[in-house]
Design a protein around this ligand. Sequence first.
Ligand code: ADP
Length: 346
Amino acid sequence: MGNIKDYAICTLGSHTALQILKGAKDEGIRAIAVCQKGQEDIYKHFGVADEIILVDSFKNFFEIEDKLVKANAIMIPHGSFVSYLGWQKVQDIKVMHYGSKGILEWESDRVKERDWLKAAGLKLPRLFKSPEDIDCPVIIKFHGAKGGKGYFIAKSTKEFYERIKEYPGEEGYVIQEYVVGVPVYTHYFYSLINEELEVMSFDKRYESNADSIGRIASKDQMEAGIRTSYTIVGNIPIVVRESLLPEIFKMGRNVVTESRKLIDYKTGKPISKGLYGSFCLEAIVDPELNFNVFEISARIVAGTNPFINGSPYTWLRYNEPMSTGRRIARDIKQAIEMDKLDLILG
Ligand code: ADP
């Protein structure tokens, strides 16, 4: 039987690192934070890391990778990890990696992601190939846009052409049906150890300025010429209608099943382990209670951060504080103790 004392869990000091590191320690596994110089104080202050490794920039990750290899560390990828390194470079890391690397390509390409979610039978917002086809409110998402900054909404072809003039440098974009409803981000966990899907928690985002525009009258908004942006500032927990849970579980299971058919760009073969660990479906729920899924994140999302002490759902299931970070650490712990570590490394 493997011993968890021979291993460490590591992640970049950003995004969801606090809960990942605390989760590792709660499960009795050594926790290593890789921090950008000047940002390490937070991880010291909260006492979540057994060791802190400093880098000038996360882009220099490969300079310190050998240290992590020597420490027998298992890397937990999160949003900052994927965005600093890019999904291509993640394929080349030598340190042990939790999760299927091949899946990261599928989540980072809007077309591929759509094919996957469609194959899983999910309802997606319509896409318009040409501005001429616009026949309902649409949201225009630029490929380079980070955090939804610079997205705009149009109601017609004419309005589209008027507004697009304000973005002369932008190359690619998608025109997507703007679904009127409420955002619901579902945080799932799928374990290859017990082959079970869990719903960990739900959140909605707190976005600037989108979440404050409603505080002023529409007349004032028009006069001030306010443009909507969706810069994420934080996350707000939600609990959904209980009757929606069966559908939510079904969506998650279908996405996992379908992920095993996705092709790994390196080998040209299906990614046999598929999607596992933490993932998130981002949806707008309309008044007919349809989940219009516009994105998948195939790794831990920042929306799990309000639940470091667990969510109502993890409380029901675990009767002890269970964050997504801790759930990942438990999966790793069980794999080590069952001598099945290979199963959960990608
Ligand atoms: P990013 O992931 O690049 O930060 P998102 O795709 O999450 O940006 O979108 C930013 C904001 O726009 C979110 O508040 C999301 O709820 C909203 N949004 C995205 N797509 C749609 C859509 N098709 N209909 C309505 N709202 C949407």
